[in-house]
Design a protein. Structure first.
Length: 308
């Protein structure tokens, strides 16, 4: 039986605008989460985000509809939905666990690996072409990663160090995000992004509930409570715009725009460390680290730049 893959609409201006919206939100998200982590453990933080997403999407679907299509999923579509739930849930949890040790800038630079993984997934699953230029981009990205962490090589390559373990956890987070992204792209053949995000939010909240500590929420101060609500609401907007972007652009083109996200995080972190030093610590990056961040962006862009 033939499997029909999702085809993009070709509305590139709209797709690019949606991707840029995603970039701004995702680029700021690690900063916001770092601020919340001072008051919550990673599991409870992630459970709360997914719970808020599920509640918001339940209200949206009650208004616009979409439950019927979600309940009618069978076979391949249902399997894809389960993969999306597990992939995004694992991505969130692993990301926040690693973020306890890593700075937001370091986390955002490392998570760029997810778009390299997405490119490879697009090559294998969606038969998208991959040129010599794109392979060059992969090499530039890895060179950028090495330069970015030049001040912490001893800890980075020590199997006993917390930094090396956190880096491995972040790589796992990137891999699980790719599982979600590829499943989401193919799910567009069956569902719009909104019912998918409701199912992902509800399914992930249920998966994490046994390990979460909801009572810890009452101990948050006002600032961290607002940051938590903002993180969940903004995440929902970002994933819907990301899914819509995939409806209009190839996965490679979306990845090319998303490549600039580390610059958003580095700039945002420098700004917020000055505005709210009680929540955010300024990260001292030397010239090689800044060059490395730039190479990560260039490598991601080259990897996403197709033949045309």
């Amino acid at each position: 039986m033939a499997v029909y893959l999702h085809k993009v609409s070709g509305r590139r201006v709209l797709g690019t605008a949606l991707t840029l919206c995603t970039v701004v939100i995702w680029g700021s998200m690690s900063i916001v989460l770092k601020g919340v982590l001072g008051g919550l453990d990673p599991i409870t933080l992630t459970w709360t985000r997914f719970t808020i997403i599920a509640i918001l999407m339940a209200a949206f679907l009650a208004w616009r509809g979409g439950y019927r299509l979600l309940l009618s999923l069978r076979g391949t579509a249902l399997l894809l939905l389960c993969l999306a739930i597990v992939g995004l849930c694992a991505n969130y949890v692993l990301f926040v666990i690693a973020l306890k040790v890593l700075s937001p800038s370091s986390a955002q630079v490392l998570i760029q690996l997810s778009y390299i993984f997405l490119l490879c997934g697009g090559l294998i699953v969606f038969k998208e072409s991959f040129s010599l230029r794109q392979w060059l981009g992969v090499g530039v990205l890895f060179a950028g990663l090495l330069l970015f962490f030049n001040q912490r090589y001893d800890e980075m390559f020590s199997l006993q160090g917390t930094l090396s373990k956190s880096i491995l956890i972040m790589v796992g987070s990137a891999a699980m995000w790719t599982v979600y992204a590829l499943a989401q792209k193919q799910l567009l053949r069956y569902l719009s992004p909104e019912p998918v995000m409701f199912a992902v939010g509800l399914g992930s909240a249920l998966l994490l509930l046994p390990a979460a500590t909801p009572s810890a929420l009452s101990e948050l101060d006002l600032v961290r409570t607002l940051l938590l609500v903002v993180s969940a609401s903004a995440t929902l907007v970002a994933y819907i715009t990301f899914a819509r972007a995939l409806d209009h652009l190839e996965a490679t083109r979306v990845s090319m725009v998303v490549a600039i996200m580390p610059l958003v995080t580095v700039g945002g972190m420098a700004t917020w460390a000055r505005l709210a030093p009680e929540l955010f610590t300024y990260e001292q990056l030397n010239g090689l680290s800044m060059l490395g961040a730039g190479l990560v962006v260039v490598g991601s862009a080259l990897s996403s730049w197709g033949k045309s």
